[in-house]
Ligand binder design. Structure first.
Ligand code: ADP
Length: 238
């Protein structure tokens, strides 16, 4: 795998093809995966697949599975691999993913990564992993000011991205909410889960045939960071 530490220059992706890009946004909670995904969806014209959003949708449906997911999420723990793998596999069967997609928050464990690469490699996908590197203090600061629209999922931040009208979504006027798992004690659990179960995947990606870039995601405003990501991809911008 080609590794480009903190690199921002354009690089050729072996076998890269604009129509078959599986972009994996990887990084700790608060690294900006969701925000970047939303910008990149617009620029690349491919859908975002956020396992966090899919799991929250299951909770909203109020099913028995939804209730067990809620317990895990509220404690900052990962949901079971089997469940998440199943949700992603189903989502990837939808036709809108045929031209490429952005994975946000998946894979998060070794088992998930193996299942995903097992799906992608034989089908000829180019997986590009973008690791958003952010330090711990910045993460805590970002998450503690975070608000989300329960309707459309748009993310806001009290300091870095306030809504035009305080407490209201710019897009649909819904009242913004703090996610249950954004409370500080839960954030610490989520960071522990990241360190123990997710971070080791960086080594796994380094050993695989796919492409991994590491980008410093602490300083740049979201639009600037998105340009850096786009500059790394073997795709045409829209
Ligand atoms: P963040 O990246 O900021 O933690 P997400 O919305 O991606 O936010 O995830 C929220 C929670 O959803 C996680 O703490 C975990 O409980 C669950 N979750 C999301 N994606 C996965 C996954 N791939 N595997 C297991 N659990 C997941």
């Amino acid at each position: 795998m080609a590794v480009n530490p903190a690199g921002v220059e354009r690089a050729a992706v072996p076998g890269g093809n604009a129509r078959r890009l599986a972009l994996i946004l990887f990084g700790p909670p608060g690294s900006g995966k969701g925000t970047q995904s939303k910008i990149l969806v617009e620029r690349l014209g491919i859908p975002q697949i956020s396992t966090g959003d899919m799991l929250r949708e299951e909770i909203r449906r109020g099913s028995a599975i939804g209730r067990s997911i809620e317990e895990r999420m509220k404690s900052g723990l990962l949901v079971s691999d089997d469940l998440v793998n199943r949700l992603v596999a189903e989502r990837l069967r939808q036709p809108d993913t045929a031209g490429g997609f952005i994975l946000d928050g998946y894979p998060r464990t070794r088992q998930q990564a193996e299942v995903l690469l097992g799906l992608l490699a034989p089908a000829g996908w180019t997986a590009v992993v973008i690791h958003l590197v952010v330090n711990y203090n910045i993460i805590i600061g970002r998450i503690s000011g975070r608000r989300q629209c329960p309707q459309c999922g748009t993310l806001y931040n009290d300091t870095s991205r306030p809504p035009r009208v305080p407490g209201q979504c710019d897009r649909d006027g819904e009242a913004l909410v703090v996610r249950d798992d954004d409370r500080e004690s839960v954030v610490r659990e989520r960071l522990d889960a990241y360190r123990q179960q997710t971070q080791p995947l960086i080594e796994f990606f380094r050993q695989s045939d796919d492409v991994l870039y590491e980008l410093d995601a602490s300083q740049d405003p979201p639009a600037v960071l998105a340009e850096k990501i786009l500059g790394l991809l073997p795709v045409k911008k829209v």
